[in-house]
Write a protein that binds this ligand. Structure first.
Ligand code: SF4
Length: 287
């Protein structure tokens, strides 16, 4: 059992400080991400060393189109997410507890060794929310850098500043998923909030991390021209016009069986809007 970082003791348990939910967890209980548990007054990272998915992916699948293009990365995931998007494409591993998914048993050294043995230049922390298994990610990332490998974060970016700050020296690239430029949307459909995500993107930019942004367009919910313009406006205001932007096609999944997939015309229109507002590289995904 690996003790978690970023928590404080309370009268009846602990309070986790890893993400803005700040879960208050009583003895024997778990946080919203299901992967951090309080035992004997301490918080434990339950999925440490227990990756539920390991794959060898093209880096463009993360998606990162302008970071080590044409290479492949070791993609790694543990269970757990601190968001609850109703259309989650990976709910079988993101919305479950560690014991509800099959898992490998691997140390950080073994993960790095696997990556080196396969001759891959980078490791991607992906598929679920890597901040909910921060300790495992951090230990792998620091070792990977020692061996000359690059680290890629694929995240919704809903984390506290300090864990991100500690990770930054080892982070080379990130794809951050902005769900919508609308806090009410975040609260209603994702169980999170927008402001920390935007702050964290700017923090990564200031640290020189290569960033790409993804925006899943859900028909009727966040795909209006006004919403797209708001996202591009924020990018422009913050000097992020050169950050590659990926509009991704929604498909019904998990708790959302309606509406149907995003029409191709909507994605093309979003791309035109973004280009007209000065975003340099706009890609369409899941088409
Ligand atoms: S990381 Fe998990 S336990 Fe910690 S505050 Fe966020 S949701 Fe709660």
């Amino acid at each position: 059992m690996t003790e978690a970082r970023y928590y404080t003791a309370t009268d009846d348990g602990v309070r986790c400080g890893l993400c803005p939910h700040h879960c208050r967890i009583r003895e024997g209980g778990r946080g919203r991400c299901r992967s951090r548990e309080c035992r004997d007054g301490r918080l434990y990272a339950l999925s440490y060393g227990r990756p539920c998915a390991i794959a060898d992916d093209p880096v463009e699948k993360k998606p990162l189109n302008e970071f080590l293009p044409g290479t492949r990365c070791l993609s790694l995931s543990c269970t757990g997410c601190n968001l609850a998007c109703r259309w989650c494409q990976n709910s079988d591993i993101s919305q479950v507890a560690p014991e509800e998914a099959d898992a490998y048993s691997l140390t950080p050294e073994e993960v790095v060794e696997l990556c080196l043995r396969r001759g891959l230049p980078s490791i991607a922390y992906t598929y679920t929310e890597p901040f909910t298994w921060w300790e495992f990610m951090y230990d792998i990332a620091s070792l990977a850098h020692d061996k000359g490998l690059k680290n890629i974060l694929v995240s919704a970016g809903f984390a506290e500043r300090e864990p991100l700050r500690e990770l930054l020296p080892f982070l080379d690239a990130a794809n951050i998923d902005i769900k919508a430029m609308d806090d009410a949307f975040y609260r209603k459909y994702c169980g999170a909030s927008l402001a920390p995500v935007l702050e964290n993107i700017l923090m990564m930019r200031d640290a020189g991390v290569h960033i790409e942004i993804t925006n899943l367009l859900v028909p009727g919910l966040n795909d209006s021209e006004e919403q797209v313009a708001r996202l591009c406006g924020w990018m422009a205001e913050n000097g992020l016009q050169d950050v590659p932007l990926h509009f991704s096609r929604y498909f019904p999944r998990y708790q959302m069986q309606h509406p149907g997939p995003t029409p191709k015309a909507t994605l093309l229109a979003a791309r035109e809007t973004a280009l007209s507002l000065g975003i340099r590289s706009v890609y369409l995904g899941n088409l």
